[in-house]
Ligand binder design. Sequence first.
Ligand code: C2E
Ligand code: MG
Ligand code: MG
Ligand code: MG
Length: 281
Amino acid sequence: WAKADGRSQWALFEPERDAREITRYRLSSALPAALAGEDLLVHYQPLRRLADGRLHGVEALVRWEHPRMGLLGPESFVGLAEESGMIVPLGRHVLRVACRQAFSWFGAGRSGPFVSVNLASRQLRDEHLVDDVRAALADSGLYPQQLQLEITESAVIGTDPLTGHTLEALSEMGVRLAIDDFGTGYSNLAYLRRLPLDELKLDGSFLRGLRCEDEADPVDVQLVGSIVSLAHLLGLTVTAEGVETQAQVTILRELDCDAGQGTYLGRPADPADLGRLFDPT
Ligand code: C2E
Ligand code: MG
Ligand code: MG
Ligand code: MG
């Protein structure tokens, strides 16, 4: 059997890879029960306006409180959920929890901070998404303007007609749409211009050359400045991801970047811990 398939010989003698595969398999199998049993938690990270430090929004980030493995981040199970299709009910759960949490923090209003929820491409291709979003808003009491949905470039590039209609419907409802991790995919602003977007989230990799003010890489500074200008030209607000130093805040503010997100401005936290930090208004 091993001889018939050259690759399986390797598989037989790679205990580390086998262990990894078994873990993946176990996690994937345990995910439905975790979702049903409320072992999936949502943490939140603040997005702050750079001009005055006030809250721009909060991003919902899913976690799995695994009975034996501890608190797992999305990198250990979101990919598996996308492969199995579990991402659809999982994403719907995060959406509902996040909208309820945001209502408890912000109340209902047409302006003020929003809650930002990540959408997998598989969810964008789900015909029930628009209804799910409408239901999550109705059940929570949140206005559409208080919900932002984050999609990646790869999820929208070469979009099929259904995805296009879905984005239009969400936008018409008043929900904010953001492009996440901008700069890591292969799309460009000219292409994104055709989509009904409200916000561009600039990937943290662009901020690496901006960590110290004295040694800021002039090319990186110009690059970020140009993206901010182009985004503004297209009517998008810009949030810089991965803000880890005061120098980055200073430079981004000079470049007219609207908001930032990162460890320097607030780590992702349990809703109980985060709620204390918010302005009373
Ligand atoms: P993302 O949407 O780009 O979220 C930001 C990630 O950057 C989070 O990782 C956050 O903890 C991390 N981060 C925060 N501050 C900093 C910083 O200063 N420096 C750096 N280097 N990183 C920072 P996390 O929570 O591990 O999430 C990873 C990814 O998993 C997210 O990236 C998002 O793509 C995905 N994800 C999270 N929650 C969900 C969800 O509910 N549904 C789906 N489909 N994907 C999700
Ligand atoms: Mg995101
Ligand atoms: Mg991101
Ligand atoms: Mg990112």
